[in-house]
Design a protein around this ligand. Sequence first.
Ligand code: SAM
Length: 276
Amino acid sequence: MSLLGASEIRELAAALNIKPSKSLGQNFVHDGNVCRKIVRTAGLTSSDIALEIGPGLGSLTLAMLEEAQSVIAVEIDARLAGQLPATAAKHSERAELLTVINQDALTLKSLPVAPTVLIANLPYNVSVPVFLHLLEIFPSLRSGVVMVQAEVADRLAAKPNSKEYGIPSVKAAWWADVTGAGSVSRSIFWPQPNVDSKLVAFVRRPTPGDEELRKKVFTIIDLAFAQRRKMLRSALSSLYGGSAAAESHLTAAGIDPTLRGEALDISAFCAIAKQG
Ligand code: SAM
């Protein structure tokens, strides 16, 4: 199996007449060692069904094919999705293990097989919604590694009482334990992005409650962080019919109403939601 280097990436893009689209976050990795490192970090094994979002020209896909039982790649750009099977056939003896789906990942509802591991260099503009959507719709995803913009990585992995802690951190924590897994140099991309990238690893954990509770919790999270500097009793006043009512609701849930959302972990948000 040979992975894609800088010259292959440019040749493929030229052959397809692809001018990388900024709005689709098309920055292609041309360093096979980094791709193998990402796959190793994800702990992909021969019993895994690997899911990749945004395979692009196939850099990570080829590294995933080396290890996984099979790979499902979901790509929004029809030209890239159309080319990928041929690229896999040219570079890998395991190309028949690849299924390519030409679709927007945000509209995914099901896949032919339940994926177990997610590995993706996510399109920057939609990385958080795509990540949360996949965790929600594929409970079979037990772990994974995603590459995202550095600031987004810091937010996803942030813990309470830090300046990065916010909506993505708490919502991701509903589904999984999320940790930083290192930085990635800008020089491995074509074209080079003008932001830094980082890896984020996740391991699914049992959700703290059912779908009904999750919806309530996510509404509370959205309100608590809508105005970050507001105390919970006023941030949640619209939900409970005034700040006095919010204050008694929070007190009954065992949460200090003068705290701000940034001080609460996912279990504290659940305690508020379970109060009614
Ligand atoms: N995985 C490739 C790599 O590492 O070289 C490409 C990664 S590039 C950062 C993001 C890829 O996601 C692009 O191929 C882009 O077309 C695709 N993409 C963008 N938005 C998408 C969406 N909503 N659903 C699926 N793929 C998307």
